[in-house]
Ligand binder design. Structure first.
Ligand SMILES: [Zn+2]
Length: 306
């Protein structure tokens, strides 16, 4: 049985704020023909440039995956890409009127809901996969990162994270089939450690972040005056640390939500191959740099064969 390529039945718009620039804007998913793939269009720039969402257009992996050609950059695309892969959307044009996509709650939930709202349409063309036929492994020893993909009839991902910290030690997440994505992976939000957050705030690297779009882990005792300072920054009357080392009133959807979010990132980053994969991935301590480098390694593998 062959599967058909898909796109959206109609356009759908999501409004929101970018995490890093704090810009407010909108993003519209527009239906696209077979063979188009996923592309991003900067509607706010002269000439409305379009950038293909492919791994060779990745220009930065610092706190999010950024693609770009020249001045046309789009930051933090990974959760949108995960939503397309998770919902099996092959073709779409993503129009954005700012330099990053809305962060929403730091998960892929809102993007999945938008896709669900308009529905998916089959196109008259066969879906192609990268079918993994031999194991490919990549290691980054100084980060203790290891990513491996081996042959499998479906697309499945295991992630292992370990921040070697009291509040966030080793944690494992598994997705055995893409059909689990929507309920079990898409809602899982990004996370950050308090010391990173303070660095980001002081260096103006995070602006749209309020306490609702990242799980904040607190690794140390924080003096009350610092908590008050944070509350001010985030426009909250007060913030506190819960028993499990998480800041504020935000509660986890799953005990292993951070590992599930890293799994979501792996799915989104590897959809930058331009086609879905059939293979089983095991990713230990993954990150955007490792994920996109691994994507390039897979592509090289296929290019050498042909
Ligand atoms: Zn992420």
């Amino acid at each position: 049985m062959t599967e058909k390529q898909t796109t959206l039945k109609e356009s759908v718009t999501i409004e929101g704020q970018g995490l890093h620039t704090g810009q407010k804007g909108s993003m519209t998913f527009v239906p696209a023909p077979a063979g188009h793939g996923i592309k991003f269009k900067r509607t706010d720039l002269p000439g409305t440039p379009v950038v293909d969402a492919i791994v060779n257009n990745v220009i930065s992996t610092n706190r999010g995956t950024c693609i770009g050609i020249g001045e046309a950059k789009i930051h933090t695309i990974e959760h949108v890409m995960a939503a397309f892969r998770g919902m099996s959307v092959d073709n779409a044009l993503v129009e954005v009127d700012m330099e990053e996509v809305p962060i929403k709650d730091g998960s892929a939930k809102y993007f999945v809901e938008a896709i669900d709202k308009v529905g998916i349409q089959e196109l008259d063309a066969e879906r192609e996969y990268y079918v993994i036929e031999e194991t490919i492994t990549m290691e980054i020893p100084d980060k203790k990162t290891r990513i491996e993909i081996r042959p499998s009839k479906r697309f499945s991902v295991d992630t292992v994270i370990d921040f070697e910290s009291r509040v966030l030690g080793e944690q494992v997440a598994k997705m055995e089939d893409i059909s689990q994505f929507k309920a079990e992976i898409a809602p899982c939000r990004t996370f950050v450690f308090l010391h990173e957050l303070e660095f980001l705030l002081k260096n103006n690297l995070i602006k749209g972040g309020d306490l609702n779009n990242a799980i904040v882990f607190v690794n140390r005792k924080v003096p009350q005056e610092e908590m008050d300072y944070l509350a001010d920054l985030f426009n909250k009357p007060r913030v506190k640390v819960n028993g499990n080392g998480i800041l504020n009133n935000l509660s986890l959807y799953f005990d292993n939500e951070p590992a599930r979010h890293k799994l979501l990132d792996v799915i989104g980053d590897l959809y930058l191959l331009g086609k879905p994969i059939k293979g089983h991935i095991t990713a230990t301590r993954p990150g955007h740099h490792a994920n996109t480098e691994f994507g390039k390694l897979i592509l090289n593998h296929f290019n050498q064969k042909n």
